[in-house]
Each structure stands twice: as structure tokens, then as C-alpha cells.
Design a protein around this ligand. Structure first.
Ligand code: SAT
Ligand code: MN
Length: 595
């Protein structure tokens, strides 16, 4: 075994990385790798790993004329999505993890997973990945170190985080970091756990190579561990995209929006304005597509950073129509996971909407639509944010961007109108807490089942939701200038089962309405569920919406909402006495108005 301490190239003068070195040595003693490699994130290092993966078949070269620097990875067919039933939050007290998490006592969890790690890296290389979540010089950023035995994970982390020497220097300065230990193990679903020890700032993940389970900087660190840290440090770690909207006068507002996985966050974050808006000079800039860390600034506003440096986006459905910016981003230097390929080795997925045809499916078999789709529904692309035409320099600003509006939304085929606005912060927190959405392929299990997914954080909140809602409520204090809160539903369907709202670029119409509300320029209609757009205030010029679409997208169905609020009440009481009184009262007040 070589190099338990970082090589000279990674060290800064007078380096005292004792805690890190000790931990690496302890992990090596447990996992018994053949070699240890400290990752620098350099191009040469990446090339070596890519060559090695091409040689062992874990990467496949795509057409280098059409997709230079791009590769395909086919995962084990049993390892294609997050596994929520095998994901644990291991706080000393069960109640602190809450009914929203699977829980195990920390000692039992360590023992169980360490037994799996014992000797698991024999004959393999242990990679040490120092990474920073957020711009390297931002006070809002946080560092971690992931140990993994997967070169695929290293290559993805290099895109998704700021990896290498500057991070190590920051860790040395700050003296603390999140420790993440990962091994792909045997990829046996019966020997797979994703465990979090928030008090110890530790993550242990065994038996999966899939994104959310294996790229530990993402959901494990930037959401589960970070949400726990944020609670005690007075900030928020959220499952939100961040975008900027610049109006024809040149003023920019930033919006953070929470949607469950695979509900269009990437598309919204990279939206291209519809024709008329483009002509008028509207512009959308992308700050992030999945995670948002925000904290109050000196002026009382919430300032947000995107802790990630890349996009791990859902491929199916990505097309010139749905997301031209994403498509442009993934022409070069992209890792595709579980997509199909054409005869000339170009990546292909359902909904790519081009004139090509797949010949090989995501499992490497001849494509037969009667057997399986060409791409897995949760197939992904990993690409640097810098390759996105709409990516904004403001994403690198250490201070973050000031947030004007927070948006919550899910997939709701019925009941929920296109957009409504919260009366105040407490009502906004209730709207987030009551969020529901039909499940998607981003997690294993049934698809299309409506479940409550508060703030789109059901799989990602590292502590008891009741305490999380209290934390959210606590931001409403003297001196705070909080964003307005909205709820949207792009997925309302008509009686014929078709979507009523065109979506994609036209969602800018809804964002414009929000901005106008923030600036106090347009009226809204008060209803018990919130403020709906007053007739004529949301620009529908150029759209031909049916009578049914009008009434369902902008109407309000009291009987349906009465049933919804009864169900929301039942949901909140499941959390017992920790549920904040203010939220329960808000729910009851609205339920009474609806009765
Ligand atoms: O969990 S992943 O990060 O792999 C994707 C998602 O669910 O958002
Ligand atoms: Mn996500």
C-alpha cells in the first residue's frame, strides 16, 4: 500500500492534516486496499482514470466526432436509482431523525456497515477525494472528503464538486470536514446501506455506485448532513434550483424552487424564454439545478449559493424543445449513465426527439421496445455547469445571490392550480410542508403514486420534519426581509389525461407574474388556499388555452381543497407533539375557512 499521507503536490506549506491522515489510515486498515490515491482533480489524473475504465469496460467511448470527451457508463441493472428504504439517519435519539427517516442507533449502524467494509477494497485502489461544496472562497461553502473505490465516482465528483488542492488547503485552515466513506461492494441489493451520522459529520455508503447513493457530496452531504448543520448554524440546505430572471429593463431577480427529483428542476433552471419574451429582452440565467444553500445576509434577505459545480440531470425527455441549454451543455465532456446508443455510438434516450434511432439499450442489449426502453427512465448525464450556455458568473459569487421568491411544486394531475401565492411566511411554510407529488423513477419503487414530499425534502432532510418546519418558521424575525413564497403545478391534466399547461419556456409567464407580485405591480384574488392571479394579470398572449384549461389552471375547487386540507392535517399530526403549533394553527384556520 502506498501514500497514506497526501502527496507533496496536494500539500500546502506546513500542512497539518493529521485528522484527515488518521482517518484515511483507519479506513485503509479496515478496507485493505491494494493502493491509495489522493485525487488532485487534474486533467491528467482524469485521463488516466478514464483510460483505465475504458480498458476494464466500465466506460464505453461514445462517438468522439459528435460527442468529444464523452463516455457511457452502464450500471448494474439492480443499481439505477436512490434506495430510500436502505437510507438511514443515525442520530443518538430516534425522535431526532423523525418519522420522515429510517433510523438505526449509531453504534449498531457503524457495526453493521463496517462489517461490510471489512476487506472490501482488497485488490482495489482507495481514492481520497477532497471536495468543496460551493465556491472555494465562499463563507457559505463546506468541505468534505470522500473515500471511494470507484473511479467512476471520482470522475463524477470531479465534475460535480470543486475537487483537489485548494479544497485541501481550506480543510487545513478550517480544521473540519465531512467524512464520507463509499464502496461499490458487490452491488448486491441485500448488502447495501446509505448511512448518515450527522453528529459525527460522517456518511457511510456501501453496495451502490448510483449517483445519489455514491456521489456523497450531493444528497448525502449537501442535503442530509448540511440540513442538520444548517439547523444549528441558522441557515437552510434545500432541494432547490436557483435561477435569475432579467427583465427588459435589466433588473435581475433570483428565484429558488423546490420540486421532487425528476419533476423538471433542470429544465426550469435552464429555461429559454418564449418568442415574444426573447424579443422583448427577457433573459434567464442558471445558478443551480438541484441544491440551494441559503442564509440571511446583513440586509435581512436570504442569500443563496449552489453548492454543486455540475449537473447530474435526467436524460429522458431532454430535447431541443424541452431544454436546448441542457442539450447544448452535453455535446462534449459528459458522462452518460444508462442511456441507449445509436449505430454510430451517439447517446440516445426516449424523448430526445431527434431523427436518430437507438440500436443498443441501456443494458447493452439490442434495442427492442417490447423488452425495455432504450434508456433507463432514470438515466443521467453528468456535466460541468460551466458548459451550460445559461450558466451565470453569479454562481461563483462567494456572497451568493439574493432570493426574491421561493417556489414549491410537485406533480399533481388534479386539484392544484397553476400558481398561487402565500399570504405570509408562516403560510408559505405550510404550503411547503403540505407539498405532494406523484413519485418518479429517481427512486426505486412504484412510479406515479401521490405522496407528501414537504419542500421536496422527504428523501433528504437529515432530521425530524417537525423540527425542520420549526427551523423554517424561525427565519421570520425582526429585521428579516424574506422572499415571497409561491406554489406552482405544471402538471395539471384535463379530462382527456393531457397536460393543460404548455410548460417549458412558457413557465416564464408564471415567473413573470411572481416577479410582478414581488414588485407589487399586479393584483391577486384572495382564497383560503392563497392568492390566485387576478384575471388578466398573468400574460397568456399567444397561448390558446381551452375553457377547461382556464378554469382548472386558474380556478379553485373548495370541495376538493377541503378534502386536501383534511389529509394535510392528518399528515402533520403524524409528527406528534414536536410539530410547531403555529403550523397546526395555520392549517386549522384554512380548514375552517374551507368548511
Ligand atoms: O439522487 S440523485 O442525486 O442521484 C438524483 C435525484 O434524485 O435528484
Ligand atoms: Mn435532486
Amino acid at each position: 500500500m502506498n501514500a497514506v499521507a497526501p502527496p507533496a503536490a496536494l500539500q500546502t506549506s506546513g500542512s497539518q492534516l493529521a485528522t484527515l491522515n488518521d482517518w484515511v489510515a483507519r479506513v485503509a486498515a479496515l478496507t485493505k486496499p491494494a493502493a491509495i490515491h489522493w485525487c488532485t482533480g487534474s486533467d491528467a489524473e482524469n485521463q488516466t482514470l478514464v483510460d483505465q475504465m475504458l480498458a476494464d469496460g466500465s466506460l464505453i467511448k461514445l462517438n468522439q466526432d459528435t460527442h468529444p470527451g464523452s463516455y457511457l457508463h452502464r450500471s448494474n441493472p439492480e443499481d439505477v436509482a436512490r434506495v430510500e428504504h436502505l437510507t438511514f439517519v443515525c442520530t443518538p435519539e430516534r425522535e431526532d431523525a423523525g418519522p420522515n427517516n429510517h433510523w438505526m442507533p449509531p453504534a449498531e449502524a457503524h457495526a453493521k456497515i463496517d462489517a461490510l467494509f471489512d476487506g472490501c477494497m482488497a485488490g482495489r485502489t482507495l481514492y481520497v477525494i477532497p471536495y468543496c461544496m460551493g465556491p472555494i472562497d465562499s463563507p457559505l461553502s463546506r468541505c468534505g472528503v470522500e473515500i471511494t473505490d470507484s473511479p467512476y465516482v471520482v470522475a463524477n465528483m470531479r465534475i460535480m464538486t470543486r475537487m483537489g488542492a485548494p479544497t485541501l488547503a481550506r480543510i487545513e485552515r478550517e480544521g473540519h470536514f465531512v467524512k464520507g466513506l463509499h464502496s461499490t461492494g458487490e452491488l448486491d441489493p441485500n448488502r447495501r446501506f446509505i448511512m448518515h451520522f450527522p453528529d459525527e459529520l460522517t456518511i457511510k455508503s456501501y453496495g451502490s455506485g448510483y449517483g445519489g447513493n455514491a456521489l456523497l457530496g450531493k444528497k448525502c452531504h449537501a442535503l442530509r448532513i448540511a440540513s442538520y448543520q444548517a439547523r444549528s448554524e441558522g441557515w437552510l440546505a434545500e432541494h432547490m434550483l436557483i435561477l435569475g430572471i432579467t427583465n427588459p429593463q435589466g433588473a435581475t431577480h433570483y428565484i429558488a424552487a423546490a420540486f421532487p427529483s425528476a419533476c423538471g428542476k433542470t429544465n426550469l433552471a435552464m429555461l429559454i424564454p418564449p418568442e415574444g419574451y426573447l424579443k422583448d429582452g427577457w433573459k434567464i440565467s442558471t445558478i443551480g439545478d438541484d441544491i440551494c444553500w441559503m442564509r440571511p445576509g446583513a440586509d435581512g434577505r436570504l442569500y443563496a449559493i449552489n453548492p454543486e459545480a455540475g449537473f447530474f440531470g435526467v436524460a429522458p425527455g431532454t430535447s431541443k424543445k424541452s431544454n436546448p441549454n441542457a442539450l447544448a451543455s452535453i455535446q462534449t465532456n459528459t458522462i452518460f449513465t444508462n442511456v441507449g446508443v445509436t449505430a454510430d455510438n451517439q447517446p440516445w434516450w426516449e424523448g430526445i426527439d431527434n431523427d436518430q434511432t437507438p440500436v443498443t439499450d441501456w443494458q447493452g442489449q439490442p434495442y427492442d421496445p417490447a423488452v425495455r426502453p432504450a434508456a433507463h427512465p432514470n438515466s443521467r448525464f453528468t456535466v460541468s455547469a460551466k458548459q451550460c450556455p445559461s450558466y451565470s458568473d453569479m454562481a461563483e459569487d462567494p456572497q451568493g445571490v439574493p432570493i426574491s421568491a421561493i417556489v414549491f411544486g410537485g406533480r399533481r394531475a388534479s386539484l392544484v392550480p397553476l400558481v398561487f401565492e402565500a399570504r405570509d411566511w408562516t403560510h408559505g411554510v405550510l404550503i411547503g410542508a403540505a407539498m405532494g407529488s406523484e413519485t418518479t423513477a429517481a427512486a426505486t419503487g412504484a412510479v406515479g403514486v401521490m405522496r407528501r414530499d414537504p419542500m421536496a425534502m422527504k428523501p433528504f432532510c437529515g432530521y425530524n420534519f417537525a423540527d425542520y418546519f420549526s427551523h423554517w418558521l424561525s427565519f421570520d424575525k425582526d429585521g428579516a426581509h424574506l422572499p415571497k413564497v409561491f406554489h406552482v403545478n405544471w402538471f395539471r391534466k384535463g379530462d382527456d389525461g393531457k397536460f393543460l399547461w404548455p410548460g417549458f419556456g412558457d413557465n416564464l409567464r408564471v415567473l413573470e407574474w411572481m416577479i410582478n407580485r414581488v414588485e407589487g405591480k399586479v393584483e391577486a384574488v384572495s382564497t383560503p388556499i392563497g392568492q390566485l392571479p387576478a384575471e388578466g394579470t398573468l400574460n397568456l398572449n399567444g397561448l390558446s388555452l381551452s375553457e377547461e384549461a382556464h378554469s382548472k389552471l386558474f380556478g379553485f375547487d373548495p370541495a376538493g381543497w377541503q378534502a386536501e386540507f383534511a389529509s394535510i392535517g392528518d399528515y402533520l399530526t403524524e409528527y406528534g407533539p414536536r410539530m410547531p403549533q403555529a403550523l397546526l394553527e395555520e392549517q386549522q384556520e384554512i380548514a375552517q375557512q374551507l368548511a
